[in-house]
Write a protein that binds this ligand. Structure first.
Ligand code: 0O2
Length: 221
């Protein structure tokens, strides 16, 4: 029994090592794309990038909710977002360019695409989700490892962060009025994204290229 537990601990350690390595690999890809944009195009559609590994409580909760036993095999097979990367960009149009650039890389296998921008969730949630796998080269050979990539605008991220906090606070049962207000905010976010995009297009047309204010150029992530 003790030996079995030891094996389980080793398997879990290996699984988490794979997820962590996959996160590093995808983060590096995004960092390179981002730097290429700054150096070659003098414009960066990526505002910032966040990564996270799902907590063991959250993994257990999600597996139980989906009716699966909490095993390492089920986690690796049924959960797609144990390793997660979130890319925040300026405009909706950038989301699709970034998604294409990632999906077109030879070592990236696209497993699932969920476009909650074209088809927002009923609560107003908007974001572009990709589940991809990347090969992690271990001593015994490559292991395809899944990473969920969420791509959204700054405004969509602001909404989703607040909505996530509210959902957590009310354990998924927020009062109707709050849910209605959140949906109204999602519509305002949508309007804001569209308005900021058209303003930016106007500025670009006026200046013959996107100008970068000197103060913006000085800020580093
Ligand atoms: P957390 O705390 O972020 O980890 P799947 O993962 O595809 O098997 P699921 O969960 O239906 O099944 O996939 P979906 O809808 O693509 O959601 C995955 C993640 O997207 C969620 O992970 C959230 O991070 C985010 N998300 C999805 N819907 C909403 C929403 O309505 N509001 C907010 N704020 N985030 C959302 P987790 O595990 O639910 O949460």
């Amino acid at each position: 029994m003790e030996l079995a537990q030891e094996y389980v601990a080793d398997d879990l350690k290996k699984a988490m090592f794979l997820y962590d390595s996959a996160l590093k690999q995808v983060s590096t890809k995004i960092e390179i794309l981002s730097e290429e944009f700054v150096n070659v195009h003098n414009y960066n559609p990526i505002e910032h990038v966040k990564t996270r590994i799902k907590t063991s409580e959250s993994i257990t909760h999600k597996l139980e909710k989906q009716g699966y036993d909490t095993t390492i095999e089920n986690m690796m097979h049924y959960l797609h977002d144990v390793a997660g990367v979130r890319i925040i960009c300026s405009f909706e149009k950038d989301i699709y360019s970034i998604a294409d650039m990632i999906c077109n890389q030879d070592d990236v296998k696209v497993l699932i695409i969920k476009n909650y921008i074209a088809n927002p969730k009923p609560n107003g949630y908007k974001s572009y989700h990709l589940v991809v796998s990347v090969p992690i080269y271990l001593s015994e050979g490559p292991v395809e490892t899944k990473v969920e990539i969420q791509i959204r605008t700054v405004a969509m991220d602001f909404w989703a962060s607040l909505e996530h906090k509210i959902k957590y606070k009310f354990e998924g049962n927020a009062p109707d009025r709050i849910q209605l207000d959140l949906k109204e905010c999602a519509d305002i976010v949508d309007m804001l994204d569209k308005k900021m995009f058209s303003l930016n297009e106007e500025i670009k047309a006026f200046a013959g290229g996107l100008p970068m204010a000197p103060s913006e150029r000085d800020w580093k992530d």
